[in-house]
Write a protein that binds this ligand. Structure first.
Ligand code: NOJ
Length: 759
């Protein structure tokens, strides 16, 4: 090592830890803590300011069509206020040291990463988590994700993804919370709380970045990166609520979307970014573009040059340019030519520095980059247990004819068949951050673990039956051979995890390859057989549903997923999940979701001419929103109101008697839907407004109590604001899914009718 390198190394290893303290002392000596941001801003050159508006990708993960940088040179040139796709305590510490010690003002870095369902301990994919209908468990999973990611130096997470998912052809439905704006909003709040923790400055907290603003899920035909034509009502009532809920929960970052809304791409959409997000909702955090989206304005055909793209995106309110480098190459000239006011640059930089301040980065840039913390927290055993519990809560028992499940624990011969039975990467899912496939317990591994303890002599035979894309006759014959000898058969079918996620739209939602042929051959044996599905979206499995006696939707269940599924199959855990997204019978039914608007000619149960629907497929989905069976059965009473009338500013409590009428302990998820009987604009046939989980032993009785407040009745009024109707009757419906509901009527009387009459 040369003397120069030795000195550098000494500085890095010995003195660097003091750098944060030094900055704190220097800054504290100059001004009160609150004005550190203003002090810095006053010292910055225009180029240094623009450097703060640039976000550069590292090489630890590839999350876009290109990576072109050396992050170190970007830091040294002062061109990177933030990096993403970098992690690891040691590595991120080195990067922070470089920013702190080797740039003029020593401003630490925002370090972002896509941690959508776990950092190293991988939880079920977000759509699966939504199926748990368990907000506390979801919040806890985010707390763990934040704890692990922050122990690896990450201080900013590109999650939650709160786009509404109404077209399962779109691969990104796997990242969201499904089709209900109400459920999606509650889940968004839980995720933001979990990621940001009680104090953003804590070493185990990160800033949440809510994405993709807005209407990224309103695709055309499920095509990735497409933007559908969307009405103001659909925007306000369906797409925006989870964003608004996230902002109200204190989310510090919003990612603007690739797609256009009414012809204006998200990154340059000043109506969305300035009028709605900042002015209407009072958002004070930062806005980051999606990957390369600033320069893509020229491809959209709304900007003719990179200069124009930078101007439009920045002036619309996108503070940070993710990876397109358009801000660093264009903004300085735009400021000098007065096309961009310096005051707007200052405001954006101020917001970014304030976030760094609130994350505690000026006080101690290295608090999240401590190798010993990383070693003890990342992949911790208790995190694996939490991942298993959430996976169990997320799995949805779609069908269970003749009580095929649970299988007897004293089973002798088990055949485990299918291309997804022992697929480690697919068990984790498509956006598994730093999850390692070798850590994943597959379904085969889970069955082995469970039976090793519970049925030591059990013989477990495995055959993949081919691959996800193809099964030869010999593959199918090998599978049938082991199934023929078995007492029970488990068929693990579904999609490769890369068939879901970004850039993974599908035109067909059938089981890929020859899996249906494999399933038919095995099911023809008539053995007690359970299909376990691994997939990131609703699939069209009507044929499978006709032929298989039991189907468990496992989604991509994460690190402990195979163990969770095995525990459910053999009755050590109850299936508890309920679908957050409708399963269509055929692609032709899409879009199909529970809160559709009425028509003047609704479909009945029997096909009838001149009613809505299709000639060749019925009006109902295969499995409705909210559907999910248990190993027990429940009787639900009709909904009862604690008062028949809801007054202005008031709330009622809806109570539902629940009885466990089956043989096992189970959890009922009692769901509450409403419908405005008459309103100025036609309202959806049902809207989810609440739910309660009630766990009961066999024979146990309980009461689900669900609040319903005046605010729950509000909708987007023709005059352009959210408000409840002027009064009238509301159907209040409750049940175990969105299809089988019992109803009562609530009178909504915002004004005192007796007083009005006497006036
Ligand atoms: C593009 C995706 O749309 C977004 O969700 C993600 O956060 C960025 N790439 C960064 O990886």
């Amino acid at each position: 090592m040369s003397p120069v390198s030795r000195v550098r190394s000494l500085v890095r290893r010995r003195l660097a830890p003091l750098a944060g303290l030094a900055i704190a002392v220097l800054c504290a000596g100059q001004a009160p803590a609150g004005s550190r941001v203003e002090d810095l801003l006053a010292k910055m050159t225009l180029e240094e300011k623009i450097g703060q508006l640039n976000l550069v990708s590292g090489h630890h993960a590839v999350t876009g069509p290109y990576t072109r940088s050396d992050v170190r040179s970007a830091i040294l040139k002062g061109e990177a206020g933030a990096l993403f796709n970098v992690y690891g305590a040691e590595y991120t510490r080195g990067l922070q040291e470089m920013a702190v010690w080797q740039t003029r003002l020593g401003i630490p870095l925002l370090l972002g990463f896509d941690v959508l369902h776990g950092y190293r301990t991988i939880f079920p994919v977000p759509l699966a988590q939504a199926a748990s209908w368990d907000l506390e468990a979801i919040e806890q999973s985010e707390r763990i994700s934040a704890t692990e990611a922050s122990a690896a130096g990450v201080n900013w997470i590109f999650s939650p993804m709160v786009d509404m998912s109404r077209d399962p052809r779109w691969g990104r439905v796997v990242e969201g919370a499904g089709e209900s704006a109400w459920l999606g909003s509650r889940i968004a709040e839980a995720r933001v709380r979990g990621l940001q923790g009680k104090s953003l400055a804590a070493a185990d907290s990160v800033a949440a970045c809510v994405k993709h603003f807005a209407a990224n899920g309103a695709t055309e035909g499920g095509r990735e990166y497409s933007g559908g034509d969307i009405s103001e009502r659909a925007l306000r009532e369906t797409q925006l609520p989870p964003f608004k809920a996230s902002v109200e929960s204190g989310a510090r970052c919003i990612m603007s979307a690739f797609n256009a809304v009414d012809g204006v791409p998200g990154v340059a959409n000043d109506r969305l970014l300035r009028d709605i997000l900042r002015r209407e909702w009072g958002f004070r955090g930062i806005v980051v573009s999606d990957f390369g989206a600033v320069e893509e304005l020229t491809v959209h055909g709304v900007a003719d040059t990179a200069t124009d793209a930078a101007r439009q995106a920045f002036r619309a309110g996108t503070d940070i340019d993710m990876e397109s480098r358009t801000y660093v190459s264009q903004l300085a000239a735009l400021v000098r030519s007065n096309a961009v006011p310096i005051s707007e640059i200052d405001d954006a930089v101020r917001r970014i520095l304030q976030l760094k301040e609130d994350l505690g980065l000026f006080e101690d840039p290295y608090r999240r980059s401590v190798p010993a913390r990383e070693a003890s927290l990342v992949g911790n055993g208790s995190h694996f247990d939490a991942a298993r519990t959430l996976a169990e809560k997320s799995m949805v028992l779609l069908k269970n004819e003749r009580n095929t499940l649970p299988f007897p624990i004293a089973v002798k011969r088990v055949a485990v068949i299918g291309p997804l039975a022992d697929a480690k990467a697919d068990t984790l899912g498509p956006w598994a951050a730093n999850g390692q496939p070798e850590d994943a317990v597959t379904l085969l591994g889970g069955i082995r673990r469970v039976l090793k303890v519970m049925a030591e002599d059990a013989d477990i035979a495995f055959s993949s039956g081919g691959s996800i894309d193809r099964s030869s006759p010999a593959d199918i014959a090998a599978a049938v051979k082991i199934a023929a000898r078995a007492d029970v058969v488990v068929l693990a079918l579904g999609e490769r995890s890369t068939m879901s996620g970004e850039s993974a739209s599908r035109a067909s939602l059938d089981l890929p390859g020859d899996q249906m042929a494999l399933a038919r051959a095995v099911l023809a044996l008539g053995k007690p057989t359970a299909v376990v599905l691994f997939n990131g979206r609703p699939l069209t499995i009507e044929d499978l549903d006709k032929e298989a006696p039991a189907i468990l939707e496992a989604w991509y269940p994460g690190s402990a997923g195979g163990l969770a599924a095995a525990r459910i199959l053999f009755g050590l855990a109850e299936p508890q999940g309920r679908l957050p997204m409708t399963f269509p019978r055929s692609v032709g039914q899409i879009p199909i979701y529970f809160d559709q608007r009425p028509t003047g000619r609704p479909a009945g149960d029997q096909p009838k001419p001149y009613t809505t629907g299709y000639q060749d497929v019925g009006p109902r989905p295969l499995y409705s929103f909210g559907h999910g069976l248990t190993y027990t059965s429940f009787f639900l009473g009709a909904p009862r109101l604690d008062q028949p009338v809801l007054k202005q500013g008031g709330a009622v409590t809806v109570s539902v008697d629940v009885m466990n009428t089956g043989p096992r302990t189970g959890t009922a998820v009692v769901q509450l839907y409403i419908r405005h009987k008459v309103a100025k604009v036609s309202r959806p046939v049902k809207e989810l407004k609440g739910f309660a989980r009630v766990t009961l032993p066999p024979g146990g009785v309980g009461v689900a109590k669900i609040p319903l407040a005046e605010g729950d009745l509000a909708f987007w009024q023709p005059e352009g604001r959210f408000a409840p109707p002027e009064g009238g009757q509301i159907s209040v419906m409750t049940g175990l899914d969105s299809d089988q509901l019992k109803a009562t009527v609530l009178e909504y009387q915002p004004r005192d009718v007796t007083r009005q009459a006497s006036n």
